[in-house]
Design a protein around this ligand. Structure first.
Ligand SMILES: Nc1ncnc2c1ncn2[C@@H]1O[C@H](COP(=O)(O)OP(=O)(O)O)[C@@H](O)[C@H]1O
Ligand SMILES: [Mg+2]
Length: 256
């Protein structure tokens, strides 16, 4: 498969380069995010995976190249236009936390209170629906401190999807969680994609979780996407870098 060939593309990095000071993170990164699909990005720690999510979300601008959302180059629009585009995208950070002093329901309601003019009753209904879709229908009045780690993650997801974004970006949603909660989170991401009829990009190191949910897998290495294909094709890839990464092998082309 060529990058995104034949499918609708919701977001696209095109020959994107990004440096922090003299440190080059992305050199020549091209990646299509296919609408309606779950795309997982894999790569070494520090490779620039979170940076890609920040670029798609318009939080960072590239030093070279383009970042498209739909057909708009978000590097060349006004800040106001960029904020409008960003409302269709939701980024669920690796360490995103709920506010301890607010109930779970009030935490999930925050984006609606900020970005919409829904009535109190509509907000309540929408928040209940979001909590229900992550299996937390009974947690509306709970305080974050009363929830387990997996429940907190799912409450964070509810907050990320409560505005019904078209594109949800998950940064390491299962890192540090036990295998059972990891499965629950993986199922929740799949369920939310189906419910929203939306698109998800997931950064993960958990190969079981990746191959349980991914339609496409992209591998970032030395500043570029060096492999991008269906999950099945990546799993049987003959690219030695992909093979070494998936096998967790200490010897091979990846310097360690
Ligand atoms: N705001 C920043 N300023 C300087 N360096 C940064 C900044 N954000 C990330 N980096 C560096 O860029 C590299 C890529 O970071 P990141 O995208 O978070 O990697 P990954 O998510 O793949 O682990 C890392 O080496 C990180 O230290
Ligand atoms: Mg990261």
């Amino acid at each position: 498969m060529r990058n995104g060939a034949g499918a609708n593309v919701i977001a696209r990095l095109e020959n994107t380069a990004l440096a922090f000071g003299s440190r080059i993170i992305l050199r020549n990164c091209t990646l299509d995010i296919v609408e309606g699909a779950i795309t997982c990005i894999i790569g070494l720690s520090g490779a620039g995976k979170s940076t890609i999510l920040r670029l798609i979300d318009g939080l960072l601008l590239p030093s070279e190249g383009h970042v498209f959302v739909r057909d708009q180059d978000i590097c060349h629009v006004s800040e106001e236009q960029r904020n409008v585009i960003r409302q269709k995208i939701s980024l669920s950070f690796q360490f995103s936390a709920l506010l301890d002093s607010l109930s779970v329901g009030d935490n999930v309601a925050l984006p609606l209170r900020e970005h919409t003019r829904l009535t109190h009753a509509e907000i309540h209904r929408t928040v209940m629906d979001a909590l229900d879709s992550v299996g937390l229908a009974n947690a509306y009045d709970a305080l974050p401190g009363e929830l387990s780690g997996g429940m907190l993650k799912r409450a964070g997801f509810a907050r990320a999807i409560v505005t019904r974004p078209e594109l949800v970006l998950y940064d390491e949603p299962t890192t540090g969680l036990d295998p059972i909660v990891t499965n629950l989170i993986t199922d929740t991401i799949l369920r939310l994609r189906d419910k929203l009829a939306g698109t998800a990009v997931v950064i993960s190191h958990d190969l079981d979780s990746i191959f349980a949910m991914a339609d496409y897998v992209a591998m970032l290495f030395e500043g570029a996407i060096i492999a991008y294909d269906t999950a099945a094709a990546i799993r049987s890839s003959t690219n030695p870098i992909v093979q070494q990464f998936l096998a967790g092998a200490e010897t091979g082309p990846i310097p360690i």
